[in-house]
Structures are given as C-alpha cells and as structure tokens.
Design a protein around this ligand. Structure first.
Ligand SMILES: *Cc1c(COP(=O)(O)O)cnc(C)c1O
Length: 373
C-alpha cells in the first residue's frame, strides 16, 4: 500500500474559507478595536450563548485561563476531587491556584469520574469537584450534583470536549456551578486559541468579566487581583465565522464516526465508547480500546499506523496522576485508579476531522482490521 501523503494526524483544525474571514479583518482594521470586549467579542458572547442553549458565558483567551479563573471566581481552596483521565490543564489549573488535586477513578464505560468513588475521597478540606466530560460524553451530572449538595461542594465541569453536547434536549453545559469550554485549534469549535466559562447568572458573569480583565470594574476601581484572560477581536471574529459552519462540520464528523463504528464494532477485541441514547453528541473524538485478547497490542497498532504516516493519539496516556508533579500524592497511587490505568493502556484515538477523506479513512480502517487477524 502506498503511504498517504501528507501525514494524517488525529485531528486537523477546521478552517472556514479564507475569503469569508477577510471582511471581519477589514472591520477590525477600520475600527481599530483589537481587544477589551470589542464588538465581535460582545457579538460572539451573545451568539454562542444562543447557539449552545445557555444563559450567559464569558469568553477567554484559552480554556486553561478559563479553568484557572473559574476556580478563583468560586474562591475554591483546599482539596478538589478530579479525574486522572484527562488533559494536563485540568489538574494544572488546581496547582496554579494552590489547590490539592485528589484523583478518583473513572467509570470504564464512560471514561468519566465514577460517582461511586467520590464520597470516599471527600475530607474536611474538600471544597469542590472538577469532573471532565471526557470525549464529550456527559458525566453522571445528577449523581454528582446530589453528592455536591449533600456535602456543600461546588462543581466546575471541564467541558473542553463537550461543545454542543445535549442530554435530554438540554445543553450539558447547564450543569454544575460553572462549566468551561476550550476553543483550541484541536477542538470541535476553534477560535485559533480560546475558551469560555458558562455562567448560570449575570452576577457571576460580572465577577468573571472583572477577573479576566485584571479585576477592573471601571476605569478607577479594581475589585480583585484579576488576570489577563481576555479574548481578542481576531479570535472572536474567527468564532463568529466558525458558528456559520459548525453544524455542517459536526454533521461531517458524525458521518466519519459512523463509518468507523460500522466496521470496528464487529471486531470483538476492540471496544468503542458507550454512547448513552439520550444524548446529542459532537463526535469530538473516536477512541477505541484495544483488549488484551486482541492479536496485537495497542502500541503495535499505533506504530503500524505511524508506518503509514497516520498519527493516532493515545488520549489519555500517560495518566495525569503519573506526571512528576502529581505521582507523589496518595490519591495518585495506581492501585487506587485501576480503571483509569487500564484504559490508558488500551486507548487509541483515531483521526477524526471534517476534511478527513474517505480513502484516507479506509486506509486507517484497513490497518486496524488487519491487526485483528
Ligand atoms: C484542551 C483542553 C483543555 C485546555 O484548553 P486550552 O484551550 O488548550 O487551554 C482543558 N481540559 C481539557 C480536558 C482539554 O482537552
């Protein structure tokens, strides 16, 4: 087989036609409004809230600053319960706030924080839970809310993967005290870099808006030691343009995912993610889990794809709890995180993006199918 060229990566940023972006840039040049809540920023906040089906949101320069600021906005301290099966930013945002992460194992079917394991990890120092809707699959939001209410804890969802995901007809972003999104280039919806905090009411949005702008409430009043987390006008313009194409991009993702699913679900030693039937998913990722009984290992499949210049990714391997700044924590002990460790050994995220060609995808499917023989 001739290797496809150029290389196929796990994702490719969705870029709308360049000529559609030029008028936005001309407007920015004309108005000389580059940042600080300019017109595109304001318009994107309004349009995104409507698109996502949430009441308020505050745009950020990236998702990590949104996470760090969300923790500040709710004055979270002490210990926070979170998942090891996620991207570095989730727990790093805790360390940036001097908060101790407490890792809890995941449910192997959803890859999300296991609600059965949360209560035993609560101590007098616990102030919040920071779950992740991993791969855009919703956490068990009802049970998490019940636990949080019982123990008086806040809940901040890292919803970086969950753009546009709905459950029972409602945005998944409406749960918890706050949710954060990432609009990084690799995500379903991108503004080059970017992010947002979803806010349930105007009051908390106001506080977050101050915090992302150094704490300035007006020209002479600084109400908090804020940070610079503002999204600029070029990013916001990109967001407005992306919104015009996002439904089509997500539909194409769904078609590609289904094509993987149709073939791979027949291979008994490979597992796909379990999709709850009450959700509208965004097809953000295509994780497959390679069973021990599969003829070749996960890493061997990863290498075989690489030999064809196809770059799948092992999201999330290594686990966050194995990073040097976390592995000394008692909760990072692998014996306490058996599901997370097993899935980190088994997972492989296959290339999935709107411009992935069918022939390219068939090459990927072929390699994986042959690995099963
Ligand atoms: C991408 C991502 C982030 C960080 O977002 P950035 O916009 O890249 O800062 C946080 N959490 C998770 C789970 C992510 O995948």
């Amino acid at each position: 087989m001739t290797p496809p060229s150029p290389p196929i990566t796990v994702t490719q940023p969705y870029l709308p036609p360049l000529e559609e972006f030029i008028p936005y840039l001309e407007q920015i040049w004309e108005s000389k409004r580059l940042t600080n809540g300019g017109p595109f920023h304001q318009q994107l906040e309004t349009e995104l809230a409507r698109y996502l089906g949430v009441d308020h949101l505050s745009l950020f320069a990236n998702g990590t600053l949104a996470l760090v600021t969300a923790l500040q906005a709710l004055r979270i301290t002490g210990e926070v319960i979170t998942t090891p099966y996620t991207f570095a930013a989730t727990a790093h945002s805790l360390l940036w706030n001097n908060i101790k992460p407490v890792f809890v194992d995941i449910d192997p079917h959803t890859c999300n924080l296991d609600p059965d394991r949360i209560e035993e990890a609560i101590t007098p120092a616990t102030t919040a839970i920071l779950p992740v809707h991993c791969y855009g699959i919703p956490c068990d939001v009802e049970r998490i809310e019940r636990i949080a209410d019982t123990y008086g804890l806040k809940v901040i969802y890292d919803a970086a993967h969950a753009f546009g995901v709905r459950q029972d007809g409602e945005s998944i972003l409406r749960h918890g005290d706050l949710s954060i999104l990432s609009f990084h280039a690799t995500k379903v919806f991108n503004t080059f870099e970017g992010g947002a905090i979803i806010c349930p009411d105007a009051k908390i949005k106001q506080r977050i808006d101050y915090l992302k702008n150094f704490g300035f409430a007006d020209e002479v009043t600084v109400v908090a030691p804020g940070i610079n987390g503002k999204m600029n006008e070029v990013q916001a313009a990109m967001g407005l343009l992306q919104l015009r194409h996002i439904d089509e991009a997500m539909n194409t993702r769904a078609v590609i995912y289904q094509r993987y699913r149709e073939v791979l679900q027949d291979i008994p030693t490979l597992k796909l993610i379990t999709l709850p039937d009450d959700i509208v998913w965004n097809h953000a990722y295509c994780p497959i889990f390679v069973d021990r009984a599969h003829p070749v290992s996960r890493n061997r499949i990863y290498d075989q794809l690489k030999e064809h210049d196809i770059h799948a990714r092992r999201y999330f391997y290594p686990l966050l709890s194995a990073f040097p700044m976390y592995r000394g924590l008692p909760s990072a002990n692998p014996t306490r995180l058996p599901n997370a460790h097993r899935l980190a050994q088994q997972v492989l995220c296959l290339p999935l993006y709107p411009t992935l060609e069918k022939t390219e995808q068939m090459t990927i499917i072929d390699i994986i199918r042959r690995s099963a023989q």
